[in-house]
Design a protein around this ligand. Sequence first.
Ligand code: SF4
Ligand code: SF4
Length: 114
Amino acid sequence: MNEYGVAEVDEEKCIACGQCAKVCPQNVIKIHECANYIVVKCSNKEKGAVARKQCEVSCIGCGICEKTCTAGAIHVEDNCAVIQEDICLSCGMCSVKCPRHVIHDLRGVFTAVR
Ligand code: SF4
Ligand code: SF4
């Protein structure tokens, strides 16, 4: 658990076995389809006002990332942004624009590595 009380995967140690995704009762852990450096680190499906109250760094479904992406690779589904990894260019523009700092660049180029 990180300082926000949110479960966070140590990318260096994870072997993608998927056990955490299977046991999570809230079904919020997803295994990535491919190795994409740009990651939405939120699965909260509540509407914006509720999501804000629940977590300091939750996606609020504002759609700014969706409007920013020229590849059409990120969409808000059920109030939470989802990246279609097979067409994402890893340009990082969505992570730069996200007002909630939900979208991380695992390379540490556009956001700090956490
Ligand atoms: S810009 Fe950030 S808060 Fe807004 S929908 Fe995208 S990921 Fe969520
Ligand atoms: S990294 Fe670039 S291409 Fe990928 S979802 Fe974000 S804005 Fe779209």
